[in-house]
Design a protein. Structure first.
Ligand SMILES: [Zn+2]
Length: 143
């Protein structure tokens, strides 16, 4: 018999790269965000990589396995201050929830659909998923 109540962590995290103290801080924050903002989700696999190979502060993508679309990659720039690293993590976690809820859909032909509307040609500043992520990042970072 399975005991659901005893299982607190329902989603899975994997953190790589960066320094040990960065990984520990990112893990702690990611767990807090999952508990607070992902309580309805099960079996998400979130892989977080701390690197300086890219120029962006961070990004999030959806690993489409074709079987279950439950796996996500977050890349964070490890060369920024810890407070900024955690805020970027919070921002990217908002994007994970948008993907997991099916609000954002990226198609292989390049189309981007947000809540049923085509936003492929919407500029970055007007993209509703970015507006939401910028609105929530500070709140989620203080989770
Ligand atoms: Zn964003």
């Amino acid at each position: 018999m399975k005991c659901e109540n005893g299982v607190k962590m329902k989603n899975f995290l994997e953190i790589s790269g960066g320094r040990k103290n960065q990984r520990e801080a990112v893990e702690k924050k990611a767990v807090a965000i999952l508990e607070k903002h992902f309580s309805r989700f099960r079996n998400l696999q979130i892989n977080i990589e701390l690197t300086n190979e890219h120029h962006e502060w961070g990004f999030c993508s959806w690993v489409n396995t074709g079987i279950k679309d439950r796996e996500f990659e977050i890349t964070l720039n490890k060369d920024v201050e810890l407070v900024d690293l955690l805020e970027t993590l919070a921002h990217e976690m908002v994007h994970v929830r948008q993907f997991a809820r099916g609000e954002t859909k990226h198609y292989v032909d390049g189309r981007i659909i947000w809540k049923g509307e085509d936003h492929t040609n919407t500029s970055y500043k007007k993209q509703p998923w970015e507006i939401e992520a910028h609105e929530l990042e500070k709140e989620w970072a203080s989770a």
